[in-house]
Design a protein around this ligand. Structure first.
Ligand SMILES: Cc1ncc(COP(=O)(O)O)c(C=O)c1O
Length: 387
């Protein structure tokens, strides 16, 4: 007999972890498997947190986040999307992943489903499964040989039924770099309003875009729409280890959010929030640096792919991943494991980004290209040799 829920006992293994555990701690492996650059959080942000520590800011704060940070986020979002955002819709519960978890808790019960635009970073659908709900994948088409990733709205809407509580997507996408267009956003918002379905829009990569802007749902959602927008300091401000992000939520949930942030996390780490405050107030130059560094990585991968006849991609419009199609590969997990052992380069297997047995994803591997040029070039050289 066990008290443990089936949803937890039956949780499948996250495919990125299944590969990366093979190489953790091995100094000769170049790690491109995780979603982070090799840039250390810049000094001005670290100083913000250090100052808070020196001032003794080591106590609990309001569970929805310190007021200055929530206000600065509301100003930032307003500036990004050109529409005023009420600070009462902003909560800082911890990381973006904490925000995802809370948004899902607001809408999902066991037996419900969440329709997910895939390929998708696995933690998202693991969180859905953890709640006893079903992730339903609607895959973008394209992605190889320069064919753009495209979303079929009819398929997306047809995947929704009476038990669908939310549609989830990340734009710019991880691993694809796909960006949802404003007209697609409007069509989805209209559909979900009519059907009583929530939107969870993961926008953690919006500052890392190349030749197009990634529109935010904050530009079109009204205060009371069932729209959740997740964002994070992790990627664009190089703060993955800080665990600070934010959630924009319906205004009607402002009271409940203090409870939910409280019972999930007792609020976000206090001094990390002061670091985040410095980041969002003074970080525009750094955001530009991260974007240009990522662009350079993207150019390197593109140049590399031109020399390869077995690999291709759809050049990402945002985020910092290459989702590379490898001709003739049918088992991305086995390939990724061999790469760690034999070529000493760590990549994420495509199969990690969707349902088990999805043949389409198994043709891909994901790399994070927001790395210093020399390291990235060395890793790509090893990859080419292994192929
Ligand atoms: C789409 C997406 N959302 C959320 C996260 C996690 O953000 P955080 O570090 O704030 O939990 C990631 C990290 O890889 C991601 O790719």
């Amino acid at each position: 007999m066990t008290a443990i829920r089936d949803a937890i006992l039956n949780l499948p293994r996250n495919g990125i972890a299944a590969v990366s555990t093979k190489g953790l701690g091995k100094r000769d492996v170049i790690p491109l498997w995780f979603g982070e650059s090799d840039v250390v959080t810049p000094p001005f942000i670290r100083e913000g947190a250090k100052k808070a520590l020196d001032e003794g800011r080591t106590f609990y704060t309001f569970a929805r986040g310190i007021t200055e940070l929530r206000e600065a986020i509301a100003v930032w979002v307003t500036r990004q999307c050109g529409r005023p955002l009420d600070v009462e819709r902003v909560t800082v519960p911890g990381s973006a992943m904490m925000g995802v978890q809370i948004a899902l808790q607001c809408v999902c019960e066991p037996g419900d489903n969440v329709v997910i635009v895939a390929p998708m970073w696995p933690n998202i659908f693991q969180a859905v499964r953890g709640l006893g709900a079903e992730p339903r994948f609607v895959r973008l088409s394209g992605g190889a040989n320069g064919e753009p990733w495209t979303l079929d709205l009819d398929r997306l809407f047809a995947a929704c039924d009476k038990r669908t509580k939310a549609i989830f997507f990340a734009s710019p996408g991880n691993p694809t770099g796909w960006i949802m267009r404003a007209d697609e956003q409007r069509a989805i918002l209209e559909f979900t309003r009519q059907r009583g379905i929530a939107i969870i829009s993961d926008e953690v990569y919006t500052p890392i875009v190349y030749d197009v802007v990634a529109p935010s749902f904050a530009a079109i959602a009204d205060d009371e729409d069932d729209v959740f927008i997740v964002n994070s300091f992790s990627k664009a401000w190089a703060m993955t280890g800080w665990r600070v992000g934010w959630l924009v939520h319906p205004l009607k949930l402002r009271v409940q959010m203090a409870e939910m942030s409280g019972f999930n996390n007792t609020g976000a780490t206090t001094f990390a929030q002061y670091g985040a405050l410095t980041a969002i107030r003074d970080g525009d130059e750094f955001l530009a640096f991260m974007r240009e560094m990522s662009r350079k990585g993207r150019d390197i991968v593109e140049g590399f792919l031109k020399t390869q006849n077995r690999m291709s991609w759809s050049k990402p419009e945002g985020a910092f991943y290459g989702f590379l199609a490898v001709d003739g590969m049918t088992d991305s997990m086995a390939f990724a494991k061999r790469l760690v052992e034999e070529a000493k380069v760590g990549v994420a297997p495509g199969s990690a980004f969707g349902p088990a047995g999805d043949k389409d994803n198994d043709r891909f591997i994901r790399i994070c290209f927001a790395q210093s040029s020399a390291l990235l070039e060395e890793a790509l050289g090893r990859l080419a040799k292994a192929l």
